[in-house]
Design a protein around this ligand. Structure first.
Ligand code: SAH
Length: 344
């Protein structure tokens, strides 16, 4: 198998370059071509000696996904791309253009095994895990053409990051690497549906990344109905693991809570949510459900949302209601891919 030069730290690249008989400093030059100058054709890497370019062409490959389609929302603040991986798999990556910089939302798996009833990514199950190099390429697919810096990365696209633990952690370290994306850990958010043992494992890595937990319900009964994987973990254990995460890393966790009319959005639900989380230092990100008319799940009206928010706020909770960026370009998980496949 030829060596894929994409997705390595500088020390890893140095080790490989030296093992092939080239001086160590050539690794840095190669890394600069890839991650600073976006030159992906070995023949065009003119600062490398001809012998090394020939060697790379024979012994190495640069395997990266290709952009199949891209759409921008009407208000221009969200762009979504569909990427084709080397094995033909399709994944989605989203860029949200904020005033303070760009935020990239990456997928961590092709498909997803979690089975959440409202999520388009999971309908065909899990196809495979993404590698760290593929996740890195998702970010570069945007980075090359952006005129503003990347401020943050959220692991909130298709897939459950904590069931692809090693590659996700490797990606997070690559994203933080000064020679690659140089994104601070604090500006990386990992979203999980609450895989309890892996939440403890992540806490014990002591990385100051933000943990977002898809809670979506105030009790097990409702949670089991919409998030099948939750049957394996009691909601109280998820909250306990979240407390441990805060205690261990000092990072306040975010609870994501999809608001679904008639399912989990009543005042009683909000009160129960307050009791469940008690006095813990956390943030609530409420997300009116989107794009699921086909399964007859709808967001509550504004009035109901306001009531829900005010119950939480009265208890002193920090709450935001997610602005629905890119709704019309189907930014929610897996919806662009489904449409593309249906058109084929
Ligand atoms: N598996 C991880 C990360 C991927 S999903 C997790 O569950 O957190 C990222 C977020 O998008 C989750 O909070 C998920 O519940 C939410 N989401 C999925 N489909 C949605 C939809 N149709 N409307 C609103 N949010 C959705």
């Amino acid at each position: 198998m030829p060596f894929n030069v994409w997705g390595h730290t500088l020390p890893e690249m140095e080790e490989w370059i030296v093992s092939k008989g080239f001086p160590k400093f050539r690794a840095k030059q190669l890394q600069d071509y890839l991650y600073r100058r976006y030159v992906y054709d070995f023949a065009e890497m003119k600062q490398l000696p001809g012998t090394m370019r020939d060697f790379l062409q024979k012994e190495a490959v640069l395997t990266k996904p290709t952009i199949m389609s891209s759409i921008k929302s009407n208000d221009q603040d969200t762009t979504k791309i569909l990427l084709k991986l080397s094995d033909g798999s399709l994944i989605e990556t989203v860029c949200m253009h904020h005033v303070y910089g760009n935020s990239i939302c990456i997928s961590t798996q092709v498909g997803c095994a979690m089975g959440c009833i409202f999520c388009a990514s999971t309908r065909n199950g899990l196809e495979r895990n993404l590698t760290a190099a593929e996740m890195l390429a998702e970010v570069y697919a945007f980075k090359e053409s952006l005129d503003a810096p990347i401020h943050s990365i959220v692991l909130m696209g298709s897939g459950e990051p904590l069931t692809n633990y090693e590659e996700v952690l490797r990606f997070i370290r690559l994203a933080n690497d000064p020679g690659l994306l140089n994104i601070s850990f604090r500006n990386i958010t990992l979203s999980t549906c609450g895989i309890v043992p892996q939440m403890y494992r992540l806490a014990d890595e002591h990385l100051p990344i933000t943990l977002a937990i898809s809670l979506h319900a105030p009790n097990d009964e409702i949670r089991h109905r919409i998030l099948p994987v939750s049957r394996q973990f009691k909601i109280e254990d998820v909250v306990k693991a979240a407390r441990y995460y805060f205690k261990t890393t000092g990072r306040r966790v975010t609870f994501e809570y999809i608001l679904i009319k008639g399912v989990n959005a009543s005042v009683e639900n909000a009160e129960e949510l307050c009791r469940l989380t008690g006095r813990m230092n956390c943030h609530f990100n409420l997300i009116p459900i989107n794009g699921t008319e086909h399964i007859k799940l709808y967001p509550p009206d504004m009035n109901e949302i306001r009531k829900f928010v005010s119950v939480l706020e009265k208890q002193g909770k920090s709450v935001t209601v997610r602005r629905q960026m890119g709704d019309e370009i189907q930014a929610a998980c897996g919806q662009l891919k489904r449409r593309y496949l249906e058109e084929q």
